[in-house]
Design a protein around this ligand. Structure first.
Ligand SMILES: [Zn+2]
Ligand SMILES: [Zn+2]
Length: 343
């Protein structure tokens, strides 16, 4: 086993470094060391490296939390995984003993450690994680599909809350990767019409390829009026904010007694809303943060080839080219950027 590896480290606000670090050691009985096959850059990584940051990270950690890898070695207490197994990661590691962990909602854990945000992540040749954070995947599941497990798991958490009825009309605000996962998942889950709101023509094209029926440009058109025209004057049955700042649009475009899912995250922005619109229209608003016991169903879904996920990989890069991928994402010229640390 070599001693050093290449990794992308979070140095300070808006600063990262690509360089050599020691290969992490297994120090606890329940830990597993994983060789990273593929890792993708998430919007969270971009927010984390913005100034001001939209997401707060711990200085000095290895970045990255979306990946697929192969188990290289395991601690003495690991019973469900062995060297050679292929795994995906849930980067939010819950404590197991706080109020939320003990009441069945570990995604709300008060003491969670987040790999790639508050602890060393996966933009490296190797990472170490506790066994409970890893889920085994089929040996033949392509890395370019399995790499989506983490973000799709988070979207599955939200889809599980919506309880969509077959034929319902869904409005997805924003066609970045998260918006596109919603389009694909809700379409395969029985949505009738999927309407997308997206100002970028580049992203609009991908939304249509992923199954959207209509894409509205909210800068050129009146979004709520257009949505009403497409829904017999009612509004969408379900609206998803995949961006994190669009709750006013969601409230304006959802029918009475409809559902809104707030999914995108941006801690740097505060939006003004008219609370009475929610009250008077009897709206149900769901906040969703990551997945909840949904990784195993997610792996099953990815293995069944239901979603055209590979279509949205726009960049395949060696780890050293992290900066290129980040810039492309910042400029809106990329959707999924996948890095291959072993190449
Ligand atoms: Zn992510
Ligand atoms: Zn906890």
């Amino acid at each position: 086993m070599k001693k050093e590896m290449t990794a992308v480290t979070f140095k300070d606000i808006a600063t990262y470094e690509i360089g050599k670090r020691a290969v992490p050691e297994i120090t606890r009985l329940d830990e597993v060391r994983v060789a990273v096959e593929a890792a993708s850059i998430c919007g969270t990584d971009v927010h984390l490296l913005n100034d001001p940051p939209g997401f707060i990270g711990t200085k000095g950690i290895v970045l990255g939390h979306e990946c697929v890898g192969t188990v290289e070695s395991v601690g003495e207490g690991v019973s469900g995984l062995k060297a050679g197994d292929r795994v995906v990661l849930e980067p939010n590691v819950a404590c197991g003993y706080c109020h939320y962990c003990k009441t069945g909602v570990p995604n709300m854990c008060e003491n969670d450690v987040i790999l790639g945000v508050t602890a060393d992540g996966v933009f490296a040749e190797y990472f170490v994680a506790p066994e409970k954070a890893l889920t085994k995947i089929p040996q033949d599941l392509p890395a370019d599909i399995a790499v989506f497990a983490e973000p799709v798991n988070c979207v599955m958490g939200a889809v599980n809350k919506i309880r969509l009825l077959p034929g319902e009309t869904v409005l997805v605000l924003g066609a970045g990767p998260i918006g596109l996962y919603f389009v694909m998942l809700l379409k395969s889950n029985g949505a009738g019409k999927v309407i997308v709101s997206e100002p970028s023509e580049y992203r609009a094209k991908y939304a249509l390829e992923c199954g959207a029926d209509v894409v509205i440009n909210p800068i050129k058109e009146d979004l709520s009026q257009k949505v009403k025209e497409l829904t017999q004057g009612l509004g969408a049955d379900v609206t998803v904010d995949a961006v994190g700042v669009l709750s006013p649009d969601a409230i304006a475009c959802t029918r009475r007694a409809g559902k809104i899912v707030l999914f995108g995250q941006n801690g740097a922005v505060t939006e003004k809303i008219c609370q009475n619109d929610i009250t008077r229209n009897g709206l149900t608003v769901y906040g969703n943060y990551i997945g909840l016991y949904s990784m195993t169903p997610t792996v099953k879904m990815l293995s069944s080839d239901l979603l055209p996920l590979e279509k949205i990989i726009t960049h395949r890069l060696p780890l050293e080219d992290f900066g290129k991928g980040l810039e492309a994402m910042r400029k809106g010229e990329a959707l999924e950027v996948v890095l291959y640390p072993q190449k």
